[in-house]
Design a protein around this ligand. Structure first.
Ligand code: SAH
Length: 343
């Protein structure tokens, strides 16, 4: 029998498992605390559990602890990039960023990605598999352990499309916000999506408190479909409607990601189209990112970032340019994993 993934179990599930093993129910609470609050890496660390119970746990369950294959720390701003390897050999990238208001962690939700955005390194080698809830948690726990820093906010903006791994992401969020675990408020979590409309609506109905980041990158169907295949499935009108719905259900402003690519989406006409698209969903926020240049495409960083930002702000759209962190370890999202695959 394969060992079970204990870190992916919720407390009620753990209680059911433990009592089925003939143990007292309160032991599940103790164990959950060891796993999610103390973040143990082996059952032997559970000093208040009976030895026989620990042996049984060792026989039936495993604790997801990925190996740290690479760890790069920026000398400029302390940003740390991790490349984790899971027991099956698959890898994920995680980035710890330190701001004045605390530490923020960017985690991956899948190994590879199916979405096919033309500017994105994560999708170039295709999709391998979803990450389990434990594998997302292990990125948080592992990064806290490895860096000695506490994660105060989280962004689901690493490799993968979180709404394409919806069930596991929801379970991960449930575990993360569990009172007996890390107890993280979901108001400190942002989820970034390329725009899977039905899932945005489902998420809105759940009223989780999450901030929704929508990767927009182009304001019209013609321009967006040319760089983001998902737009052919759910067009910009449907997407903006879902964003309006999210705001109306949750009261949380939507954040739109817009990677500025030289000669592709950084001209004044595009800025005007963007203003027109976003007016109905204002107040919102536009995060402008000079595109990260990747090997596979000829895309270049825009030289019109200032002008573009001004055009938006002058029209009443709240827009800021994302600060570059970890420039000296700058492997854009997805590049660390891919480079390690090539080697
Ligand atoms: N699949 C999700 C989350 C992962 S991508 C999504 O699409 O939102 C995280 C963010 O990085 C997205 O906004 C994505 O569009 C953006 N991104 C991907 N490649 C980029 C690049 N080369 N330069 C700038 N941003 C990029």
């Amino acid at each position: 029998m394969d060992k079970k993934d204990i870190l992916s179990l919720t407390l009620p599930e753990l209680e059911a498992e433990i009592t089925a093993l003939g143990e007292k129910k309160f032991r599940a609470g103790q164990l959950f605390g060891w796993l999610h609050e103390k973040k143990i890496t082996s059952f032997a660390e559970c000093t208040n559990l009976p030895k026989a119970f620990i042996e049984q746990l060792d026989a039936d369950y495993f604790i997801m602890v990925p190996a740290v294959k690479r760890k790069l720390e920026s000398k400029i701003d302390g940003t740390v990039k991790f490349l984790y390897e899971f027991p099956d050999g698959e890898r994920a990238e995680t980035v710890m960023m330190s701001y004045k208001h605390g530490n923020s962690l960017c985690i991956s939700t899948q190994v590879g990605c199916k979405m096919g955005c033309s500017f994105c390194a994560s999708t170039k080698a295709g999709f391998v598999r979803d990450l389990a809830p434990s594998e997302m948690l292990a990125q948080v726990y592992g990064s806290e352990r490895e860096s000695g820093r506490k994660v105060e906010s989280l962004v689901l903006m690493g490799i993968g499309e979180p709404l394409d791994n919806f069930g596991n992401v929801l379970r991960f969020l449930q575990l993360l916000s569990s009172e007996k675990g890390k107890n993280m408020s979901l108001r400190h979590v942002s989820l970034s999506t390329c725009g899977i409309v039905p899932r945005i609506r489902e998420l809105a109905d759940m009223k989780t408190g999450l901030t929704l980041s929508v990767s927009l990158h182009a304001p019209t169907d013609e321009k967006r479909s040319a760089i983001m295949p998902i737009n052919k499935r759910y067009d910009t009108a449907e997407l903006i409607d879902a964003c309006k719905y999210y705001f109306s259900q949750t009261g949380r402003r939507i954040s739109f990601e817009f990677a500025l690519i030289d000669g592709v989406n950084d001209d004044a006409v595009t800025a005007k189209e963007l203003v027109k698209l976003l007016k109905p969903v204002s107040p919102c926020h536009v995060n402008l990112i000079p595109v990260n240049e990747i090997k596979e495409r000829e895309y270049r960083k825009s030289s019109r970032v200032k002008e573009f930002t001004k055009l938006l702000c002058d029209s009443g759209i709240n827009a800021t340019v994302r600060r570059t962190l970890g420039a000296d370890i700058n492997a854009a999202c997805g590049q660390l994993r891919r480079d390690s695959m090539e080697n």
